[in-house]
Design a protein around this ligand. Structure first.
Ligand code: PFF
Length: 462
């Protein structure tokens, strides 16, 4: 076993050796689909619409869009740049930004923290994704005349949670085991178009139903009195970071496979735009669906008048709506939960890739073996969370998404702009974009990430 320190390469030979033998994405389209697949997930289809509904509708949408442009996008470029610069796993990449021992150690620490955060996110994500698979199969089990199986699938139990979590982790491991172009890229190219079609078809159908206009209004008419509420700002920032998968090393690992022909700011812009479009579109599905359910007599507000919590909305309110729809309800239910499962899968493969890639490079072991080992470790962590659900589930989510992600994103941005020599940063960004130096991006972005982003994030936190 090689130590972390000894396998990292000095900055001068970053682009040589091992880097050239790594296989990567075979096309820009493949990369964009995979990175957008990482970004588009439960955060967009479930998190964003319910947060918008709870935080003043379009007011949240507006603050969210601002957060994406002013904070998340600059950080996304930073993470992609670190990955592509080093063409190594995230820990090695972060430690190779400088030759100074202190900075190398800081890079290693930041990388370990990123991989740990990512593994914890995947552990809770897999539990939720397992529920989605269960809810997708349930109508089929009922149609096949297996009501006991159907009931088992939708009732909360340790056995159900364990089984479905394991199914989801196995699916994720299977895709990651096949490598970047044959596994991640090939599957992202299949799954992402399916996701877009399902989302548009479902939203198109739901908005025609009675009661949908109330949800549309709730989503699209802003309640500006809430726009400066601290909780709204923190929620919008956390949502933007979670949605763009930043502060976790996932995008950094994908960046390490990106061709030098690609223009980094532009590619990041495409990914951020796709991700935001899906979130906005998902709002047009989820919020009208909730008020259609309400029009059908299903409660969407709790006793205190506030919207029910997001998990109740997806796993109780929407299934109740589908049940009320008659025979088409089962098909809509399967399509809806298939949509959610696909979104979760394209995100989870990006989460597993970074630790698998790190394990392969440091331990010098084959990918299939490391995919299996890493997948099993994540499943074990998920199992611990399931067995201590009340104490751990919410805690792990808050710890990773509210605190770790923004802090780590800031640390990666600071390492890139303060530690890496400015000439090397420019050289990397000029690959795929030779005229970068003359443009507005280069005049603003480096000092913006260096000074403004950390200050803004601190302000939001305080
Ligand atoms: N961006 C994903 C979503 O919106 O659901 C979640 C995610 C993926 C978070 C990858 C972090 C990550 F590294």
């Amino acid at each position: 076993m090689t130590s972390i320190q000894s396998t990292t390469t000095a900055p001068s030979d970053i682009s040589a050796g091992e880097a050239s033998s790594r296989s990567g994405f075979s096309s820009r389209m493949g990369f964009v689909m995979a990175a957008a697949g990482s970004a588009v997930g439960l955060g967009n289809i479930w998190g964003f619409p319910t947060q918008a509904a709870q935080n003043g509708g379009a007011a949240f949408l507006l603050v969210y869009l601002i957060m994406v442009v002013v904070l998340a996008y600059p950080m996304l470029v930073a993470e992609l740049t670190i990955g592509r610069l080093a063409k190594k796993n995230p820990i090695a990449a972060l430690s190779s930004l400088s030759e100074k021992p202190l900075w190398r150690k800081s890079g290693i620490l930041a990388g370990i923290a990123g991989i740990t955060t990512l593994s914890l996110i995947l552990s809770f994500y897999a539990i939720i994704a397992g529920w989605l698979i269960a809810f997708m199969i349930e109508p089929l089990a009922r149609m096949a005349g297996m009501p006991e199986v159907a009931d088992w699938l939708i009732n909360f139990s340790t056995a159900r949670n364990m089984t479905m979590m394991a199914v989801f982790i196995l699916l994720t491991t299977y895709i990651v085991k096949n490598g970047v172009s044959n596994g991640i890229e090939a599957w992202s190219k299949k799954l992402m178009p399916m996701l877009f079609i399902l989302l548009i078809a479902l939203a198109g159908y739901i908005v025609t139903l009675p009661g949908a206009e109330v949800g549309l209004k709730m989503y699209l008419v802003p309640d500006f009195s809430r726009i400066l509420e601290p909780s709204l700002l923190v929620s919008a920032m956390g949502q933007a970071f979670f949605s763009l998968s930043i502060g976790t090393c996932a995008i950094m690992a994908y960046g390490s496979y990106l061709s030098e022909k690609e223009n980094l700011p532009k590619t990041a812009g495409i990914v951020a735009t796709l991700d935001t479009s899906v979130a906005v579109l998902a709002g047009l599905l989820i919020l009208p669906a909730m008020t259609v359910a309400q029009a059908n007599g299903v409660a969407i507000y709790g006793n205190d008048g506030t919207l029910l919590s997001s998990d109740t909305l997806v796993f109780t309110v929407l299934p109740a709506l589908f049940n009320n729809m008659g025979s088409i309800g089962s098909i809509v239910a399967v399509a809806f939960f298939a949509l959610m499962t696909i979104a979760a899968l394209t995100s989870s493969i990006s989460m597993l890739e970074a630790p698998v890639n790190t394990a392969c490079e440091y331990l010098d072991q084959p990918r299939p073996k490391m995919a299996l080992v890493t997948g099993s470790i994540i499943a074990l962590i998920s199992a611990i969370i399931i067995l201590n659900f009340g104490e751990l589930f919410g805690f792990v989510i808050t710890l990773t998404t509210v605190y770790a992600q923004p802090i780590l994103a800031m640390a990666f941005g600071l390492l890139l702009t303060w530690v890496l020599h400015r000439d090397r940063l420019l050289k990397e960004l000029k690959k795929g974009h030779p005229e970068l130096e003359q443009g507005l991006f280069w005049k603003i972005w480096p000092w913006y990430v260096k000074f403004i982003c950390p200050v803004m994030m601190l302000m939001v936190f305080i």
